[in-house]
Design a protein around this ligand. Structure first.
Ligand code: HEM
Length: 414
């Protein structure tokens, strides 16, 4: 593949369903063209930034490099549809769409709910949910699709518990969040992956969360949803749109990311049996192993930043208004940072991966994600006496968030 083809492949959802092809493209770009201008059909041109050090440099300078107006890679048609929606006043305005003071103020609304103390309080509930999903595996009687039957559900249930949503609403939320992120994949999207599908999923989510805001203002219930509904910035409640956007970013960002890491983590252990044995023998390795799973899977494929002034990255001039794509899976295989980057090492230390980003937008839920992954494997591994593939795994076609959507396995649980 040529450098130009490698660049264009980053804008094709199908590339991310083929890990070997994805990493071949990223390795080539890191080596030959670490700051590469991509002109892919259907997309406004952008610069692909593939080296670890360059991504950190861009994210560090958050007054030069802004999230607005193009925080994620979308087709020019979808960008236009969302811009039109924004002009009408009904667009998502989440943390990832905001910069500067507004971003800081809004991030502070939920920040305490994700700090270590809050995580300690939540751990027992997370462990209980982890136990529930290991029980689901037992009910399947020795064979299941781990991605679909276990990994897709457990993180969403954790995050919806934190928000304080009733369990009866969980299936609906599962469908909507998968449709929002899985637009480009025939198995998860609502249909053809067009702007209309995307905005119709958003309509449904907005309607659900507007209603939730009203109910939590009427009767606060001590959960994160009540915190958001009743928060005041500059003395005023968040408007309906901002509150709904807040729930949506938490429900969506906290779901597919962690699900993909759990499924991809088990797949990595199956493919590296010595690492599985090592982890089963030494539960002290759970924390570094979870970190390695996050690096290995890198479920967030990219975020973007737009230059607010003429600048350069690694000596390449980039004009005001142009966007860079921060290729996290590439940073996490960067040979300059990770010795033996393509080896899954359950005890890797140090592990300075960028799967959670860096700087002021650093993943708000990182501590929660780590805990969820650790808790699931803490409950599962001591009981998992045998595990092997039971068919071909499959990855989501996406340019944003995804990972394994099918992982058929056979196993024995003690
Ligand atoms: C932001 C990755 C789990 C909530 C982000 C960003 C990345 C990321 C790459 C953007 C960072 C940047 O721009 O520098 C991940 C990964 C996860 C995960 C790999 C799991 C393995 C979660 C969970 C939550 C969450 C469980 C729970 C609420 C958020 C939020 C933001 C965010 C709210 C926006 C932060 C901001 O813009 O200030 N995440 N995430 N994430 N994540 Fe996560």
């Amino acid at each position: 593949m040529s450098v130009a083809e490698a660049g264009c492949s980053l804008a094709a959802p199908a590339t991310y369903a083929d890990e070997a092809r994805l990493h071949a493209a990223l390795t080539l770009l890191r080596r030959e063209a670490p700051v590469h201008r991509v002109e892919a059909p259907g997309y406004t041109p952008f610069w692909a930034v593939t080296r670890h050090a360059d991504i950190i440099d861009v994210e560090r300078d958050h007054t030069l490099w802004l999230n607005a107006p193009r925080p994620v890679l979308r087709t020019a048609a979808l960008d236009a549809a969302l811009e039109a929606r924004r002009a009408r006043g009904g667009a998502l305005a989440t943390l990832v769409h905001l910069d500067g003071r507004r971003h800081r103020e809004l991030r502070a609304v939920a920040a305490d709910w994700f700090r270590p103390k809050a995580m300690r309080d939540l751990r027992a509930r997370v462990r209980e949910l982890a136990g529930r999903y290991v029980a689901v595996m037992a009910e399947h009687g020795g064979a299941c699709d781990f991605a679909r039957d276990v990994a897709a559900h457990y993180p969403l249930y954790v995050i919806l518990s934190l928000l304080g949503l009733p369990e009866s609403d969980f299936p609906r939320m599962l469908r909507l969040t998968q449709q929002l992120f899985g637009q480009d994949d025939a198995d998860t999207g609502r249909g053809s992956g067009t702007p209309v599908d995307h905005t119709s999923v958003l309509e449904d989510l907005f309607a659900y969360f507007r209603d939730l805001t009203a109910r939590r203002r009427a009767t606060p219930t001590g959960d994160l949803a009540s915190e958001i509904a009743n928060a005041r910035v500059d003395g005023r409640h968040l408007d309906d749109n901002t509150a709904a956007s807040y729930y949506i970013i938490i429900a969506t960002a906290g779901h597919d990311t962690t699900s993909s890491t759990i499924a991809g983590g088990l797949d990595a252990l199956i493919r590296h049996p010595a690492e599985l044995r090592r982890l089963r023998a030494d539960p002290g390795l759970l924390a570094p192993a979870a970190e390695e799973m996050i690096r290995w899977v890198s479920p967030v494929k990219s975020f973007m930043r737009t230059a607010s002034a003429d600048t350069e990255v690694r000596g390449t001039p980039i004009g005001e208004g142009e966007s860079v794509l921060l290729a996290y899976p590439s940073a996490n295989r960067d040979e300059e940072v990770f010795p033996d980057a393509f080896r899954f090492d359950a005890g890797r230390d140090p592990n300075r991966h960028l799967a959670f980003g860096s700087g002021v937008h650093y993943c708000l839920g990182a501590a929660l994600a780590r805990m969820e992954i650790q808790e699931l494997f803490a409950v599962l591994l001591p009981r998992l006496t045998r595990v092997e593939p039971d068919g071909e795994p499959a990855w989501t076609a996406t340019t944003f968030v995804g990972g394994l959507k099918r992982l058929p396995i056979r196993y024995s649980l003690s």
